[in-house]
Design a binder for this molecule. Structure first.
Ligand SMILES: CC(C)(COP(=O)(O)OP(=O)(O)OC[C@H]1O[C@@H](n2cnc3c(N)ncnc32)[C@H](O)[C@@H]1OP(=O)(O)O)[C@@H](O)C(=O)NCCC(=O)NCCS
Length: 382
């Protein structure tokens, strides 16, 4: 790239290659879009490996053997507790504060109590340990804060339950059915990693200054919160509610598009022909709707999907099915984006570690469009 920032300008950094990665590939075979985690296709992973195996794959470079998985699982389970001071804070932070804001604070507080807090940022092994602890702790943090806000007693993590089932149990007090557990686990697998999306990019930018892993994850949580990124799953649910009935879909979408509104849960910066994760999760939505014996939201989602696809040529992204999947599981809408975050932390951490292992400070340029160089007038003359 030339030394002048005027020559090359890509608003939103669209299409710019900012770093190399061995973690995820979203090019697909012919460049038309697909998703692989370390060379494994998402379609294969979703149906056959757990969130724990996926997190191990991202952090350690390959799928675990049976004994590696056993050890990893034990390490995660041993890390599920969070400091009392943080639980105390949940009781003091006003109930009206969004869980994503509280999660951002939580990661920051967890940093102070991490046993590797004073390890140098470039210590690979310490970073992996921090990442494993955060994966376990963030799920507990989201569940505990939810229980505190609802005025319900906290449910301690249960070492007999895996990551997905334990989270659902800590939130609701009920051990999920096998079908619900599996669908939730798949949603976590799909949310775990997605190359250089906005939140991962901000995590890598933070890490590139040789800041610490927790600081990078704090930045990522703050970035994920926005409705153009992770916050879209919460907004997608509102679309379903506002449309309210299958027969309203076509007109509602037409009106919204005429008002130049964005239909949340549709479109993607990279996947112009469709998000492979959306197709996978849609199958699970249908099976959970069958299990709970209520297909109302499936019947509303279908014509909305058709209308947006035909009227604006925009396919659904992963946030579209996940919104109703989480609704079927009885999860409050304000938990949708925190769940995305507690899954994505494995991907964020893998990127932070990759960045710190091969660091180059991220410092792009801006094209200046302000006034030309000028003299300062004395105060009395301005
Ligand atoms: C994700 C997103 C930001 C990517 O957008 P992008 O690739 O930068 O696309 P642009 O913002 O350049 O939009 C291109 C055109 O499509 C339209 N568009 C894109 N997404 C749209 C949406 N969800 N609803 C309505 N119109 C949309 C834009 O308005 C623009 O239309 P125009 O050409 O008539 O002006 C965008 O699709 C979006 O806002 N989606 C909704 C939020 C969401 O679901 N985010 C989760 C992503 S996983």
């Amino acid at each position: 790239m030339s030394g002048s920032a005027v020559d090359e300008y890509y608003p939103g950094l669209e299409g710019v290659i900012a770093n190399e990665t061995a973690i995820a590939n979203i090019e697909g075979k012919d460049g038309s879009g697909g998703l692989e985690y370390r060379g494994y296709r998402i379609e294969d992973l979703a149906d056959s490996v757990s969130y724990e195996e996926t997190a191990f794959l991202l952090l350690h470079g390959d799928l675990p053997t049976a004994s590696q998985l056993k050890d990893f699982d034990q390490r995660l389970k041993a890390s599920r507790a969070i400091p009392e001071a943080l639980v105390g804070l949940y009781k003091q932070i006003p109930a009206s504060i969004h869980p994503m804001d509280v999660l951002r604070t939580s990661v920051s507080v967890l940093a102070h109590y991490d046993p590797d807090v004073s390890a140098p940022p470039s210590d690979h092994a310490a970073n992996v340990r921090k990442a494993e602890r955060l994966i376990a702790q963030m799920a507990t943090a989201v569940a505990y804060r939810e229980r505190v806000v609802k005025g319900l007693p906290l449910i301690a993590p249960d070492a007999k339950l895996d990551h997905a089932a334990n989270f659902l149990h800590m939130v609701s007090g009920k051990v999920p059915s096998a079908v619900v557990r599996q669908a939730f686990d798949v949603s976590l697998v799909l949310y775990t990693e997605h190359e250089l999306n906005a939140s991962t990019f901000s995590a890598r930018v933070t890490a590139s200054t040789l800041s610490d892993l927790h600081s990078a994850i704090v930045a990522a949580v703050g970035t994920l919160k926005g409705p153009l990124h992770g916050g879209a799953n919460e907004e997608a649910w509102k679309v379903l509610e506002r449309v309210g009935a299958p027969e309203n879909a076509e007109r509602w979408i037409e009106d919204a598009l005429a008002r130049k509104e964005r239909i949340m849960g549709f479109g993607h910066r990279v996947y112009k022909k469709g998000d492979p994760r959306a197709a996978i999760l849609k199958r699970y939505c249908a099976s959970i709707a069958r299990e709970i014996g209520d297909d109302r939201w499936e019947r509303i989602a279908e014509p909305i999907e058709r209308a947006v696809t035909t009227q604006k040529l925009l396919p659904p992204n992963v946030d579209w099915p996940s919104a109703r999947l989480y609704h079927y599981m009885g999860l409050g809408i304000e938990l949708y984006t925190p769940i995305f975050a507690m899954a994505r932390v494995a991907g964020w951490a893998a990127h932070v570690i990759e960045q710190l292992d091969h660091n180059r400070l991220m410092r792009p340029r801006a094209r200046y469009i302000g006034p030309p160089a000028r003299e300062i007038k004395p105060l009395q003359e301005r």
